[in-house]
Design a protein around this ligand. Sequence first.
Ligand SMILES: C[S@@+](CC[C@H](N)C(=O)[O-])C[C@H]1O[C@@H](n2cnc3c(N)ncnc32)[C@H](O)[C@@H]1O
Ligand code: SF4
Ligand code: SF4
Length: 473
Amino acid sequence: MYYKLRRDVLFRNYKEYGLITDISEYGYRMLNDTRPVLGEEFVSQSGAVMLSMIGRKPISINEIVNNLSKIFIGVDIQTLEDDTKEFLGYFCDKGYLCYGDKEEDCQEQLFKDLKEAPADNTFVPIVDDCGKNIIKSKDFLRSIHVEIANVCNERCVHCYIPHKDKINAIDSNLFYRIIEEGRDMNIIHVTLSGGEPLLHKDIIGFLKRCRELDLSVNVLSNLTLLTDEILEEMVKNPLLSVQTSIYSLNSLVHDQITQLSGSLEKTLNGLKRVLDAGIPAQISCPVLKQNKDDFSEVIEWGRKNSTSVAIEPVIFASYDHTGENLANRLNLDEIGKAIDCQLNEGYVDILKGIAREKESIKPDDPACSICRYSFCVSAIGTVYPCVGWTTNIVGDLNTESLYEVWNNSKKIDELRNIKKRDFPECVDCKDRGYCNVCMMSNSNENPDGDAFRINKFHCKVAELKHKKLSIYK
Ligand SMILES: C[S@@+](CC[C@H](N)C(=O)[O-])C[C@H]1O[C@@H](n2cnc3c(N)ncnc32)[C@H](O)[C@@H]1O
Ligand code: SF4
Ligand code: SF4
């Protein structure tokens, strides 16, 4: 028998325990990908030793047992083989491992082989909501979001990064240090974002190093600058996926948002090349005044191309607290229509599921997942808690190691200790399951940066969403 990891699965050995996980929590998944969603599973110390034998190339049971016999000294070979087969068999049955009698049989089906969506394929839209999945079994640094270049070739009207700040690209040595220190801490995932990450002169080197370190990678890019060389490197990492932004299929509308003429054509072309190369992708589509009548066409394009579309009807304020980008935000009536459209597009069950999860949060539970699994690094090396909250600096990697920031930052400690009860009006609020308000959006929206003062506009949005979902048939 031969074994190897499924393409989108990785394993980490944390000494006292091991973790095997697919990248469903981190990467994007095509709508015609019918393989089971696995999530993460912890194994004991000895299980971790067994799983650490399995890599991306098929390995025979004989070789595994031979390697294990040098670690589990004194265990009879037949017993070792039987135990290993039984243990690995469990992970084969679950779908984490591919297996086969011969090396060449140890294969898997890739989504790009699934040219036609299966007949019973139901549309699975994506709702980005950092309130989802906030209660996990273990807290440790799983993921880092790095703004490798906040420079950008577009000037999107809604962008939370003030245009005047779009001037930096990360020092390459600092980036390599971050991912190497991260890998030493056994992180799983890194997001390369911006600004526009493809503007970084060393983007190919960064992608290559992430692949060598067996890191799951998301590249968040407008794809207008995608070259064959970048695509070629992307394809090599089976743990890599891409998110791009499409606001409308009408170039006048899309380009009016990005303020870059010809951008829709380039982004669509880039996305098609990504998909043709077999790289999983997702479309991000914040809804603004400019595209409120067009965004359902983007969902339709996504459906036809088996690509999820993340719709966000309520954009958040830029981090300079000016609120200037909010001139493009939908008003309550427009948000209501965008929610109706989401519901008609099949988002009901997902939104209801998120609501149930949020409603189950108790007053003494953490307010959200802030700094419990991830944090962000800016293009100048400062560390901040979550996307958009760039001004809340909780560490500086120019002077501290990743380990020091994660473990010793007083600000991170304070953030981790913020509980639901610190938002008294939210604890028993009837609409809390439908509410997207968060500390970052409070802080950005308040001129004084107060993260605890809630703008009542968000409460009205939550009430509206709740009402619409309760009556939706
Ligand atoms: C900051 S961009 C970086 C990656 C790349 N430049 C792009 O636009 O895809 C990542 C995503 O954030 C979205 N975004 C920007 N400003 C936003 C805001 N104020 N509220 C919600 N999403 C926003 C963008 O539309 C884009 O989909
Ligand atoms: S949303 Fe992305 S492409 Fe648009 S200005 Fe911001 S960083 Fe650039
Ligand atoms: S709707 Fe307002 S009061 Fe209710 S949970 Fe959201 S922010 Fe808190």
